[in-house]
Ligand binder design. Structure first.
Ligand SMILES: *Cc1c(COP(=O)(O)O)cnc(C)c1O
Length: 366
């Protein structure tokens, strides 16, 4: 029997594949490969989809975070509070922008930042909180806005896993000062290579992001700031423009698989994460469960031909370069426990119903 994979891009439907080939031909025929019509058109389409005024295409999600932090013009020593349960790129983007990450603990029922732990991390140097919409969930936006307003902090969003998730109709980028998106192939909207974007309603941040991604250039040969080279290619933008119309249907498919899992997985040894607050709040980039018997569950699923991965097995504060970051004075115990128990099971839009059933049966026979 064919294995059930976490992602399977060979299953991109032939009609979409033909569109991607046509997109490549269009870019090659245009003779314009960097920062042209495709990027401009995708930026407009992506901003519209996110209901933000601006989207700026960049080379990848980590650069979107770096560029976003740079646009804030923070003083030396400024701290940004974020989570230890995330992709390493989240903290790398902060560090590369010259700011200092500080790690708060998570809510063990969701994997997301815990507001009380964030409060314990606030110092006179704290300037911002970077929420990570982990696995595709956006939660408790009102509480985060209140917390940030109360302490005079800027709310920021790492939305690399949350394309199309919303909170009362607001999508990432319209909630914080900006949101960083990644279009790495495995993301809910992914290109055929690397890509990213910064979404914001702030025209000044949009303009400055456009400079930072292009050597800090304001107009040709004028460089008011130290920038980087982080442009979205025309060919990737052309792919994204053709893939974007399919995002609502692939998101619905992810949600349908997730609700089948929620309905039918009932093993006393496996714990599901908390239900989302509302139907739009979760786009199921990943479907993650918790179990004290993770190695055994992984082995059991593997024998049955079901691939799993761990997001994430090692907390940020256990990685050598970030070992000494300041943390919640009460520790990061929930994140550490979570890292030892979380497991991602297949939940991609091209899974067929019989594969969803196979995963459920395998989980229940554990
Ligand atoms: C993928 C990801 C990133 C980094 O995006 P890249 O495009 O790979 O640089 C950042 N944060 C999170 C939460 C991610 O999942």
């Amino acid at each position: 029997m064919e294995p059930v994979l976490l992602n399977d891009f060979r299953r991109i439907p032939p009609a979409i594949r033909r569109e991607l080939t046509a997109a490549t031909e269009e870019v090659v025929a245009s003779g314009w490969f960097v920062l042209g019509k495709q990027v401009t058109a995708f930026e407009r389409a992506w901003a519209d989809y996110c209901a933000t005024r601006h989207a700026i295409g960049v080379a990848n999600g980590m650069d979107a975070i770096e560029i976003g932090v740079r646009t804030l013009n923070l003083p030396a020593g400024a701290e940004i509070i974020t989570t230890p349960m995330t992709a390493f790129a989240t903290v790398l983007g902060i560090i590369r922008a010259g700011a200092t990450p500080v790690l708060a603990d998570i809510d063990p029922t969701t994997g997301l930042l815990d507001p009380q732990s964030v409060e314990r991390c606030i110092s006179p140097r704290t300037r911002a909180v970077l929420l990570v919409h982990l696995y595709g969930q956006i939660r408790a936006v009102g509480a985060w806005e209140e917390l940030c307003a109360h302490y005079g902090l800027t709310l920021l969003e790492d939305a690399a896993q949350a394309h199309g998730a919303d909170s009362a109709g607001r999508r990432a980028g319209a909630i914080g000062k900006w949101a960083a998106y990644s279009f790495y192939p495995t993301k809910n909207l992914g290109c055929i290579g690397d890509g990213g974007a910064l979404c914001t309603n702030d025209p000044d941040i949009a303009a400055r992001s456009g400079q930072y991604r292009n050597y800090g250039q304001s107009e040709r040969y004028h460089h008011p700031v130290i920038g980087l080279n982080s442009r979205l290619d025309e060919v990737q933008a052309a792919f994204l423009l053709r893939l974007l119309p399919h995002l609502p249907e692939t998101t619905e498919r992810r949600r349908a698989i997730a609700s089948a899992y929620r309905r039918s997985i009932r093993s006393t040894k496996i714990e599901l994460l908390a239900e989302p607050d509302g139907p739009g709040n979760h786009v199921y980039h990943l479907f993650v469960v918790r179990t004290r018997k993770r190695a055994a569950l992984q082995a059991h699923l593997s024998v049955l031909g079901i691939q799993t991965l761990i997001h994430y097995p090692i907390c940020i504060h256990h990685q050598p370069p970030t070992r000494n970051l300041r943390c919640d004075p009460e520790g990061l115990g929930h994140a550490e426990l979570f890292a030892g128990e979380c497991l991602s099971i297949p939940c991609h839009p091209y899974m067929i119903d019989s594969e969803v059933e196979r995963v459920i049966a395998a989980m229940n026979s554990f």
